[in-house]
Every structure is written in structure tokens, then in C-alpha cells.
Design a protein around this ligand. Structure first.
Ligand SMILES: *C/C=C(C)/C=C/C=C(C)/C=C/C1=C(C)CCCC1(C)C
Length: 240
């Protein structure tokens, strides 16, 4: 009987100290609200910014759907929803690379830069997944970290930087914020990985946060936060 009730009920109990479950729950709502906001904002910006807001909205929308699955998975099994997490990332991180490209396109960014970033991000995520699901977390994490460094290098000092400097003005400003998101915002994820996997870095477990809480904070900053910054730039440059 209990089994029947559990399997037909849409809501499961949540302990008051279940921080992971709580951040999954908040994540669902926040990603959903952000998607509505980005989609509706498309009508208040200049034509050249519309696609950027559309992509921001798609990123948070895809994340919202995965968060519903992750929330349920966590409630049901009390385990990290690694599979849904990485499916979410493999869809949304390349979309973020498209977003970077759209921002720098005005400055003459080429599609080859976009594909390079997408390729590197796929390597970063596939190796991260292998590290979390297999038994060589340190090795795969290192390869993943290297791909991440190449992305950061490419954005900060490589092709993207040259384009932004040549364009100046608004583009240079947007490029700067993009750099900080990739360097600081994205670095939240390797921290979560080090908490969730075993290796020489076990000392970071001492900060007392759960891997999923760290990943969820990272997603809020990088998906919603980044989208809001794009929104602010779009609004500012649509006035004049
Ligand atoms: C919306 C989701 C985003 C922006 C996800 C980004 C994920 C990363 C930057 C993950 C990076 C990782 C490393 C650099 C090393 C360890 C393994 C990962 C996959 C957690």
C-alpha cells in the first residue's frame, strides 16, 4: 500500500535540513522564472540582441527541465543525479559558447572560434563524466581541467581578446564580463568535482558543502547570472 502511495504521489517528503533537495527545488523555480523573463524581454531590445536573449532563455529552459528530473532523482534515491547533470551541461554549455560567439560577432568573431570553444567544452564535459562515473577521477579531472584552461586562455588572451580589443566600446565591455564568468563562474564546477570525487584534493571536502549544492550554485550564477548581464548590456545598447 505504501509503495502504491509513493509511486503515485507527485510530491515526496523533504527533510528540513536537506540542503541539496532544497537547492534543486529552488533551482527548478529560478530556471523556470528566468526563462520566462528572457523570452519576454526579447521584445524590449534591438534586433541584434534578440537571438542572444533567446539563447539565454533556451539555456535556462533546458536547465529547468533537467532540474525537475534532478530534484525527483535526488528525492527518490538520495544520490547525485550525475547522468541528468551531464546531459544538461552537454546541451547548455555548447549553447553558452554560441552565446559568446553572438556577443563577439559584432566584432567579427568567426564561426571557427565558436566551434573551437564547443569542441573544447565537449572534451571538458565528457572527461568530467568519465571521472565522476569511473574510478580514475584524478586522471579524467586533469584532462577536463586542461580543456577548461584552453577555453579560458582562448577567451582571455586568444582569438576572442584580439577581436574585442579591435572593436572597443560596448563589445570590449561585454567581452570583459564574459572573461570573468569563464574564469571565476566556471571555476565553481571543478571545486564541486573535487568535493564529490576522491583524490589528492580531498582537503576541499572540509568546506562542508555538498557537491550538488556547489554545482547548483554554479548553475544559478552561470546560467541566470550570465543571462541577466547579457540582458543588461542589451537594454543599455538598445537605448541609443
Ligand atoms: C550551465 C552549466 C555550466 C556553465 C557548466 C560548466 C561546467 C564546467 C566548467 C565543468 C568543469 C569541470 C572541470 C574543469 C574539471 C572537473 C570536471 C568538470 C566537468 C566539473
Amino acid at each position: 500500500m505504501n509503495f502504491l502511495i509513493n509511486s503515485i504521489s507527485l510530491v515526496s517528503k523533504m527533510a528540513t535540513n536537506d540542503y541539496v533537495g532544497f537547492t534543486f527545488f529552488i533551482g527548478c523555480m529560478a530556471m523556470m522564472a528566468a526563462s520566462v523573463f528572457f523570452f519576454l524581454s526579447m521584445s524590449s531590445v534591438d534586433k541584434k540582441w534578440k537571438v542572444s536573449l533567446l539563447v539565454s532563455g533556451l539555456i535556462t529552459f533546458i536547465a529547468a527541465v533537467h532540474y525537475f528530473y534532478m530534484r525527483d532523482y535526488w528525492a527518490e534515491f538520495g544520490e547525485s543525479p550525475t547522468f541528468f547533470r551531464y546531459v544538461d551541461w552537454i546541451l547548455t554549455v555548447p549553447l553558452m559558447c554560441v552565446e559568446f560567439y553572438l556577443i563577439l560577432k559584432v566584432a567579427g568573431a568567426t564561426k571557427s572560434l565558436m566551434w573551437k570553444l564547443i569542441g573544447l567544452s565537449v572534451i571538458m564535459l565528457v572527461t568530467g563524466y568519465l571521472g565522476e562515473t569511473g574510478d580514475s577521477a584524478v586522471l579524467w579531472g586533469t584532462i577536463s581541467g586542461l580543456a577548461y584552461f584552453v577555453i579560458a586562455y582562448e577567451v582571455w588572451l586568444g582569438g576572442a581578446k584580439k577581436l574585442a580589443e579591435a572593436a572597443g566600446g560596448q563589445v570590449l565591455e561585454s567581452h570583459k564580463m564574459l572573461c570573468w564568468f569563464v574564469l571565476v563562474g566556471w571555476s565553481i564546477y571543478p571545486l564541486g568535482y573535487m568535493i564529490g570525487t576522491d583524490g589528492w584534493y580531498d582537503f576541499v571536502d572540509g568546506i562542508g558543502l555538498d557537491m550538488d549544492v556547489v554545482y547548483n550554485i554554479g548553475d544559478a550564477i552561470n546560467k541566470i547570472g550570465f543571462g541577466l548581464v547579457v540582458y543588461a548590456v542589451a537594454i543599455a545598447s538598445s537605448k541609443d
